[in-house]
Design a protein around this ligand. Structure first.
Ligand code: IPE
Ligand code: IPE
Ligand code: MG
Length: 239
């Protein structure tokens, strides 16, 4: 039996608690989002150094449009700033960036900035960094189902012989492995519409630490916990 620590290939994070973090300090919620944006860049580097191959973060859900206009604007501006300023760093660190979610609802210039960063980093072979923007698991599945219906209608796909692989191939995550570990910060123990299909057998890790306070040590803690889990996938563990 090897005692070596297993590093999950794909870690997904629900970065929650920016607002509460700010409130506790008497700051506007937007200050929490700014700090949170810095933390995600640091965690990307830490994850890379730890040998994680895929990191997927939940930045903006399909439900987050319900928030006050100023907060939505701040979040979009932070995403815009990231897309425009991180090219050099991604090149240096060999990071491949991709956005998942329905980007068609985003401002045109943000869509362009996303497309440019994706294109510039597409051939990078280091860590794969997915940012979920206007992402909802149900919306993603609905978009896949609509595509499948269209293909069935035009006769390029047989509805009768549809497989799970056919569905997975039409999700935004089509060329990624399923997450091994899903982390959610700041105390809430729910999935909030994140990667519903993909997390069928993910291990969940919840921490009370708010996202702006999340550190490499916290990530290490989550991976230690992951190493104590026994993944069975519905079968039995063989000695
Ligand atoms: C997570 O922090 C960031 C987004 C959802 C965009 P929140 O903004 O949800 O912070 P809390 O949960 O209100 O503290
Ligand atoms: C989930 O957090 C979405 C993101 C982290 C982007 P929320 O704060 O929106 O989720 P709920 O409202 O607590 O379920
Ligand atoms: Mg929240």
């Amino acid at each position: 039996m090897g005692e070596e620590r297993k590093i999950p290939a794909h870690v997904a994070i629900i970065m929650d608690g920016n607002g509460r973090w700010a409130k506790k300090r008497g700051l506007p919620r937007t200050a929490g989002h700014k700090k949170g944006a810095e933390v995600v860049e640091q965690i990307l580097e830490d994850a890379d150094h730890m040998g994680i191959r895929y990191l997927t973060v939940y930045a903006f859900s399909t439900e987050n449009w319900q928030r006050p206009a100023l907060e939505v604007k701040t979040l979009m501006n932070l995403l815009r700033a990231y897309m425009r300023s991180s090219q050099e760093k991604c090149a240096k660190n060999n990071v491949c960036v991709r956005v998942i979610g329905d980007r068609s609802a985003l401002d045109e210039d943000l869509q362009e900035a996303i497309a440019e960063l994706e294109e510039k980093t597409a051939k990078n072979t280091g860590i794969h960094f997915q940012i979920a923007i206007n992402y909802g698991g149900r919306d993603e599945i609905l978009r896949a189902v609509k595509r499948i219906a269209g293909e069935a209608e035009s006769g390029t796909l047989s509805a009768r012989n549809l497989t799970q692989e056919d569905i997975a191939a039409r999700l935004d995550t089509h060329d990624l492995p399923d997450p091994d570990l899903l982390i959610r910060t700041c105390g809430e123990q729910r999935i909030s519409n994140f990667l519903l299909w993909q997390c069928a057998y993910a291990e969940f890790y919840f921490t009370d630490v708010a996202w702006p306070d999340f550190t490499k040590e916290e990530l290490e803690r989550a991976i230690d916990a992951y190493n104590h889990r026994e993944r069975r996938y519905g079968g039995l563990v063989t000695e």
